[in-house]
Design a protein around this ligand. Structure first.
Ligand code: ADP
Ligand code: AMP
Length: 216
């Protein structure tokens, strides 16, 4: 297996970039989406996770690492993974290294989407997400063709409960404290590629493809 990590603050555009990279055959793994699936199913894990997610706090490392471990162990040897929103702490990054090593895989790159807080607040307050497939829109920057319905499957779009002003501030604070240290973690291993994520969706997607050498 091979892995690429999408790193960056909440709302920088990781999911939006992932939508373009998936077209190249990579398997998108968003821990946020996996957790929201469990919330929708009402599993015990989902109910516990929802309380933390709605407050903008992290779900415990062992829960998230457990989900990733199961997913990697159940996948074929030739799978290429794109991790979005994972790892988010140093413990998670170390556990991911161990898992990749145990599966004789390779971590190929960590793509950092750099975006200032002001742009993030604007992006997250206008974000709309498909309740079924998780496709991501923005009321101004990337609206769905049919207003409140998803272009992919016609299902309703919603505003995420954690995309409100107070929770956004909390998430940015936790990002700075717990996730930002991962930038150095990957930089010293020469795996880090930074992208200016304030550019348009098309430009950011092209920059990601270019950094990965996927553009001819
Ligand atoms: P993340 O996965 O990092 O939390 P998303 O991909 O969900 O971020 O994007 C957050 C919001 O910002 C969405 O509403 C999305 O449509 C919008 N967005 C993403 N990338 C850009 C961009 N380059 N320019 C403007 N808006 C963007
Ligand atoms: P996201 O969809 O990536 O914005 O994640 C939504 C929420 O899910 C986060 O604010 C956390 O509460 C939780 N979450 C997602 N991924 C992780 C992770 N790797 N570690 C801890 N919590 C996570």
């Amino acid at each position: 297996m091979t892995a690429i990590i999408l790193l960056g603050p909440p709302g920088a555009g990781k999911g939006t970039v992932a939508e373009a990279l998936v077209e190249k055959g990579i398997t998108h793994v968003s821990t946020g989406n996996l957790l929201r699936d469990r919330v929708r199913l009402g599993t015990p894990l989902g109910l516990e996770a929802k309380k933390l997610m709605d407050q903008g706090r992290f779900v415990p490392d062992e829960v998230v690492v457990g989900m990733i471990r199961n997913l990697l162990q159940d996948s074929g040897k030739d799978t290429s993974f794109l991790f979005d929103g994972f790892p988010r702490t140093l413990v998670q990054a170390e556990k991911l290294d161990e898992l990749i090593l145990s599966l004789e895989g390779t971590l190929e790159a960590a793509i950092l989407l750099e975006c200032p807080d002001q742009a993030i607040i604007e992006r997250l307050s206008g974000r709309r997400t498909c309740t079924k497939c998780g496709a991501v829109y923005h009321v101004k920057n990337n609206p769905a063709l049919a207003g409140d319905l998803c272009d992919v499957d016609g299902c309703e779009l919603e505003q995420r409960p954690d995309d409100h002003a107070e929770t956004i501030k909390k998430r940015l604070q936790i990002y700075t404290e717990q996730t930002a240290p991962l930038i150095e973690y990957y930089k010293i291993r020469n795996l880090l590629h930074s992208i200016d994520a304030t550019k348009s969706i098309g430009e950011v997607r092209s920059a990601a493809l270019e950094k990965l050498g996927w553009v001819v």
